[in-house]
Structures are given as C-alpha cells and as structure tokens.
Design a protein around this ligand. Structure first.
Ligand SMILES: [Zn+2]
Length: 240
C-alpha cells in the first residue's frame, strides 16, 4: 500500500494521522509526505524566540526526525511561506500535489478537511488543492483510490466546536497498538522541542493514549451509519 499525506506545516502529521501511519508503516506500507511550508511562523515556547529563518530550520529537522519515527519513506517540503499558503496560485499548488500523487503512485491520500481542524487558512488552502488534485488524477487513471481527511472523535470535536463538520464526524476508525500510539507521542515530543502546541498534545496523549485513529473518508463516499475500519478495506476483504 502506498500512502501520501499532504499538509501545511511540520507537526500537522503528528497531530493528525501519526498513529495510523506508524501502524501501516509497520505492516509494510510505503508512506510519503508533502508539506507546503517549514512552519517558520509557528508559536515557539523558546525564549528568546528564534528568528523565523532559524525556526524554519529547526522545524524541518523536527519533521525529518518525526517522520523517521513514524516510518515514512520520505518527505518533501514545498517551501512556501508559512501563513501565506492561501496566496499561492491555486493551479500551481494543485499541480504540485498532482505531480506528487503520480510520482509516488499514491493509492491512499490523507489531508485536511474543508475546515482544516483549526480553521487555519494554510490548512484550508491545502485541502482545496488536494481535493482537486485527487479527482483530476483519479479521472486521468492514476493509482489513487481513497481520500481521507483528518477527523477527531466526537467528544473532542464538541470541545473544539467542530462537531458539525466532517473533521468532527469521523466515519473511519482504525485500531492502533500501544506501540503505534507511543510513536505518535514521540513524534509530537520531537516537534514539542520547539513548538508549544505539540508539547501540550504530547503530554495529553501520554496521559490518555488513543488506541484508535479517526478519519473522515471523503472518497469513495461512506454511507451514513457505516464505519470504515481500514484503508483500502474493500480491496483487502473483497467485500463490497
Ligand atoms: Zn498546521
């Protein structure tokens, strides 16, 4: 199985699908990541705060180490300015994502939903480009089969005020092991060396390990009330 994740900033992968990626990597999936920016405008807890240039360098290194822990085959950073991904011409971003879908012969694609979990404009811009690229690639006969959005469990979605959105209504629940959950915490700690939110999330997940990873499968559509429990589930089971 070949999986491509597309995100805006280093650490988006560790907040989102990390435990599921660790689980699939352990079972032999090939996982690639595309990141629009180096996250140089992120909120660091370091004092004095590093310059954006320095923070970008640190975060790229954090991402490479986190990706290694999670079992990625490799990552690419597109190098757009953090906080300005929504000003990149849509066709340019879409074309670069589509080129990556082809280059990695991705079957499963994971990205943000329309609201991007936090509403960050960079997250939303990545979502739009990935959805367009996915369907154009699909219609042109590329290997892509399934498109997933990050989604948090309903209780957490309620706390975050996103219960009515796809990113608060998971239809895909993938069981992970304690080892996979620990890999997510380790990846978050690596980002947490420089980024406040990541450190807080690592502490939270270390206290309350999540043994299920949740997503919203956007393509193929999932019938209301049905629950997906694996990527490429139909292929694996032969069920319809
Ligand atoms: Zn982000």
């Amino acid at each position: 199985m070949r999986i491509l994740v597309v995100y805006a900033h280093p650490d988006d992968e560790s907040f989102g699908p990390a435990a599921a990626l660790a689980a699939y990597a352990r079972r032999g999936a090939e996982i690639w990541g595309i990141f629009a920016s180096r996250g140089e405008r992120g909120e660091s807890w370091l004092s004095p705060a590093p310059s954006p240039e320095e923070l970008g360098r640190l975060r790229e290194q954090d991402l490479r180490e986190a990706a290694a822990v999670l079992g990625f085959a490799g990552i690419e950073i597109l190098g757009y300015p953090d906080g300005e991904v929504d000003t990149v011409p849509f066709r340019e971003l879409e074309r670069r994502v589509r080129a990556a879908l082809r280059r990695y012969r991705a079957e499963v694609v994971i990205t943000f939903g329309p609201f991007g979990i936090t509403g960050h404009p960079d997250h939303r811009a990545v979502h739009r480009a990935v959805v367009a690229a996915f369907h154009r690639a699909r219609l042109a006969g590329a290997a892509v089969q399934e498109l997933y959005y990050d989604a948090v469990p309903p209780a957490r979605a309620g706390e975050m005020g996103i219960a009515d959105l796809p990113c608060g209504q998971p239809n895909t629940w993938i069981a992970v092991t304690e080892e996979d959950a620990r890999a997510q915490v380790t990846a978050l700690w690596l980002h947490g060396r420089h980024i406040r939110d990541a450190r807080e999330m690592a502490e939270r997940l270390a206290r309350e390990p999540a043994l299920v990873a949740t997503f919203y499968r956007a393509w193929p559509e999932v019938r209301s009330g049905e629950r997906v429990t694996a990527f490429l589930q139909n292929e694996a089971t032969g069920a319809g």
